[in-house]
Design a protein around this ligand. Sequence first.
Ligand code: AMP
Ligand code: ZN
Length: 139
Amino acid sequence: MVADCIFCRIVAGDAPAHRVHEDERTLTFMDLFPVGEGHLLVVPKKHGENLFEVEVEDLLAVMEVSKRMAHALRRALAPDGIGVHQLNGAAAGQTVFHYHMHLIPRNQGDPIALHGRTEGDPARLAELAVLISRALEPC
Ligand code: AMP
Ligand code: ZN
């Protein structure tokens, strides 16, 4: 736990988030500044700044959950495609320095953006979190 890390604080329950799923190693929640409807972040609970620092077991856990989340997004929102990406280092565009995977549903013609500019409507984010978590298949 890193006290001034927003994602550590969310994992610890000390900062708010629209949570979608949690397991032993990972937490999934709605991105607060979504690029589009259903933009998710999957994070390891254990702090690591980026790909270089995170334990392989946590990377594998994040990837496994990302696949489950991709299926849930497809069932819940039926996007044309889903961007799965993650950034390492400020020069690569990383803005929160706790490893995370983005899952961004996209429709034909959507601009390819990595970051949203405006905060998502809290009521809609809450609604989407429920919709997506209900679309998860049991392990
Ligand atoms: P990156 O630029 O890859 O480090 O992405 C960080 C992401 O975290 C951005 O898409 C932000 O919108 C998102 N973000 C920042 N703070 C929060 C927060 N408190 N809750 C949810 N998402 C956040
Ligand atoms: Zn952290």
